[in-house]
Each structure stands twice: as structure tokens, then as C-alpha cells.
Design a protein around this ligand. Structure first.
Ligand SMILES: CC(C)(COP(=O)(O)OP(=O)(O)OC[C@H]1O[C@@H](n2cnc3c(N)ncnc32)[C@H](O)[C@@H]1OP(=O)(O)O)[C@@H](O)C(=O)NCCC(=O)NCCS
Length: 165
């Protein structure tokens, strides 16, 4: 299984926009607004370039198949929030687990974070299974924590701390 991560650049914007705006990906995220060239440039310039987030392109045999990131990085408390999205035709092959483990390695060994957490919709079973395989533990159910299209939804909080790898 040839999976590797490389740092995102502005040249990846068309790929990110197509993937993140697809129904398959968008419906599993809290933020449902269309990603645009402008919003992506703002994110890269003001969040990624300043170290508030790290983001990578997931490559399978050098072909971009998804993206993985840690945002809201708190260098004082040493934690951050994980996220991932992949092309639907490359899911279910174990690639998500490998990419997750790779970015956790970067988070713990390079960034020296202590804890990485994530929020996922409780019905996103493939994501939850992939996260558990990568070492995340279910921590809590956040009841009615987000409002989407006028409806409050629960989210599952999962986390991993450095010594649990
Ligand atoms: C979440 C995501 C990254 C997972 O990646 P992936 O490569 O499909 O995950 P993996 O193949 O590594 O693992 C998924 C596991 O869930 C299993 N699975 C798939 N559908 C399932 C279902 N309906 N119920 C239970 N398990 C399921 C798979 O069989 C696999 O387990 P296995 O390895 O034991 O067979 C990918 O599906 C994705 O990008 N989804 C859209 C965006 C998204 O949901 N992002 C996360 C938002 S929090």
C-alpha cells in the first residue's frame, strides 16, 4: 500500500475545491458552505502559513486521493483538532487509517503535541472505525452541539494522547 503525505500548496486548490465541495465529503462536515479559491487562499495564508494548522495531501502512488489536517493547534496546551476527507473511489481500502496514523506521527513527534481530538457525526461509521483503528478513543457524545439547516445534531468526541500510540 503506497500512501504518503506531502504538504499542501496553492497548486492543490482545484483538487481541494472539487473534493471538499462534493456531496460525499461535504455532508460529513459541519461547515457546508462552498469552498472557493478565495476562501482556500485565505485559509492557506492566514492559518496554514502561520502554523495554526498543518495540512497535507494524501498520495497513493503519487496520485492525490485526499487531504488530512490538524487545525486549532494550541502550542501552549499542546493539542489540536484532526480532520480528513478522501475521494469516494479510494475509500474502504484502509488508506484513511494509514493517512491518519501518518499525520498523528507528525503531530506527536514533530509538533510535540500531547493530545489530538476530533468530532464526527455518530452515523459516520466508516470514519469512526478508521479513527479507532488509528488509535482514537470515543470520549463523549456532544448533544445538540451543532445546528445544520435549522436542526441541532449530536457529535461524537474522540481523542488520542501521545502515550497511547
Ligand atoms: C472517513 C474516511 C477518511 C475513511 O477513510 P477510508 O479509507 O474509507 O477508511 P478505511 O478504509 O481506512 O477504514 C474504514 C473502515 O470502516 C469500514 N466501514 C465502511 N463502511 C462501514 C459501515 N457502514 N459500517 C461500519 N464499518 C464500515 C470499512 O470496512 C473499514 O474497516 P475495515 O478496514 O475493517 O474493513 C473516508 O471515508 C472519507 O473521506 N469520508 C468522507 C469525508 C469524511 O467523512 N470525513 C470525516 C469527517 S469527521
Amino acid at each position: 500500500m503506497d500512501i504518503s503525505l506531502r504538504e499542501i500548496t496553492e497548486n492543490d486548490t482545484p483538487f481541494i475545491l472539487e473534493l471538499r465541495n462534493s456531496e460525499f465529503v461535504k455532508n460529513n462536515f459541519v461547515i457546508r458552505e462552498q469552498f472557493t479559491e478565495q476562501s482556500q487562499k485565505k485559509w492557506l495564508d492566514s492559518v496554514v502559513a502561520t502554523g495554526k494548522a498543518i495540512q497535507y495531501i494524501i498520495l497513493n502512488d503519487n496520485l492525490p486521493i485526499g487531504s488530512v489536517y490538524i487545525r486549532n493547534i494550541d502550542y501552549t496546551q499542546k493539542n489540536g483538532e484532526f480532520g480528513i476527507f478522501m475521494r469516494e473511489d479510494f475509500t474502504g481500502k484502509g488508506f484513511g487509517v494509514v493517512a491518519t496514523k501518518e499525520i498523528l506521527k507528525i503531530a506527536f513527534e514533530k509538533l510535540k503535541l500531547h493530545r489530538v481530538y476530533l468530532r464526527v457525526f455518530p452515523d459516520n461509521l466508516s470514519a469512526i472505525k478508521a479513527y479507532e483503528k488509528a488509535g482514537f478513543i470515543k470520549e463523549d457524545l456532544l448533544r445538540n452541539t451543532v445546528c445544520i439547516d435549522g436542526e441541532y445534531k449530536d457529535m461524537l468526541l474522540m481523542g488520542i494522547v501521545n502515550n497511547e500510540k
